[in-house]
Write a protein of this length. Structure first.
Length: 329
């Protein structure tokens, strides 16, 4: 992936404004490619660099299916049952259906999946909703609570920390960040200099931690946090100038699951091989792209007075780049 490709122009504008507003310089090749470089991942093709996501040719196009978790593999027979009459080959089943139906069937059984380009031009990368009083605030010393995991949310938190915010990484006692099982050098790059807080989410400790924060970053379904007594709208209304960054695959009103590779496909952010067929670009590309969009949106919101719920869609962030120009072959 060439760093001079036109499709990166929207992201270059994002990091340029981040630098203007905060003094933080983001090196795009590092932000987008460091994990693959540290892990020694192969160049992706029709299988993602991490190996869990595959592009399947369908009757009318292409779709990505991501078997990233043990639960996804366990749900695969159910997906095959929806698509085929006993055939255990997903590639054959995909060719008998449409890209949209394959993605919908996979999502129906809890597997992240997307039709290629299905989310292009559907919504803005970030949608801001006002829910609280405004008060412009500098980033320096602000308390940022990072409830997210893996890559997009933590990258957003890292940038805010470099800009002077005090970042606390929060994990559940029963469900630590899955990124801890990955490359330790990359995890340290994302979280270096941050405070760490491990909480029992079944108690009121999470709500108390949220109450002390100025900015919250999370990547959960809204109803999951509401069950824990944490409500974004209440957080914003309680004190002027607060910002809530909610990162999802397709928007807070859409329960579809997404990870970086399939979200990139949903947004149409793919390369092309010599035959013109789609291939994955880089490693889980929608993750770092979304993290940078989220950090940029948070910085702008704080400067304007906050009071906003920032709804950041991974698929829409990927689509913003795909709409800007062709990705490299």
């Amino acid at each position: 992936m060439s760093s001079t490709s036109p499709f990166l122009d929207p992201l270059r504008a994002v990091v340029a404004e981040l630098a203007d507003r905060t003094g933080v310089t983001v090196d795009l090749p590092t932000a987008l490619l460091l994990r693959a470089q540290l892990t020694g991942l192969p160049r992706p093709g029709r299988t993602s660099a991490g190996g869990s996501c595959r592009l399947f040719e369908t009757r009318d196009g292409w779709a990505a299916v991501n078997l990233a978790r043990a639960d996804d593999h366990a749900a695969l027979p159910a997906l095959l049952g929806l698509l085929t009459a006993g055939d255990k080959d997903l590639a054959r089943g995909a060719r008998l259906t449409t890209a949209a139906r394959l993605a919908a069937a996979a999502q129906a059984v809890g597997i992240p999946a997307a039709a290629l380009g299905g989310e292009r031009s559907r919504r803005a990368p970030v949608v801001a909703r006002a829910h609280g009083p405004r008060r412009p605030r500098p980033l320096d010393g602000l308390r940022v609570l990072d409830l997210s995991s893996l890559w997009a949310g933590p990258l957003c938190a890292r940038v805010l920390g470099l800009a002077g915010a005090r970042v606390t990484k929060v994990e559940s006692t029963t469900r630590p960040d899955g990124a801890r099982r990955g490359n330790p050098e990359f995890y340290a790059w994302l979280h270096g200099g941050q405070e760490s807080l491990v909480l029992d989410f079944s108690t009121g400790a999470l709500r108390a931690a949220v109450d002390r924060a100025d900015v919250v970053i999370e990547a959960s379904r809204p109803r999951a946090l509401r069950r824990l007594g944490v409500v974004a709208e209440d957080f914003l209304a309680a004190r002027p100038g607060r910002v809530w960054v909610g990162i999802t695959g397709y928007g807070r009103d859409d329960d579809r699951i997404a990870f970086g590779d399939d979200a990139a496909v949903a947004g149409g952010l793919v390369g092309r091989d010599s035959s013109g067929d789609p291939v994955f670009l880089a490693d889980a590309l929608a993750d770092p792209v979304t993290g940078l969009y989220a950090a940029h949106a948070a910085v702008r919101s704080l400067a304007a007075g906050g009071g906003e719920l920032l709804c950041v869609s991974m698929a829409a962030c990927a689509a913003a780049l795909a709409d800007a120009g062709p990705a490299p072959c």
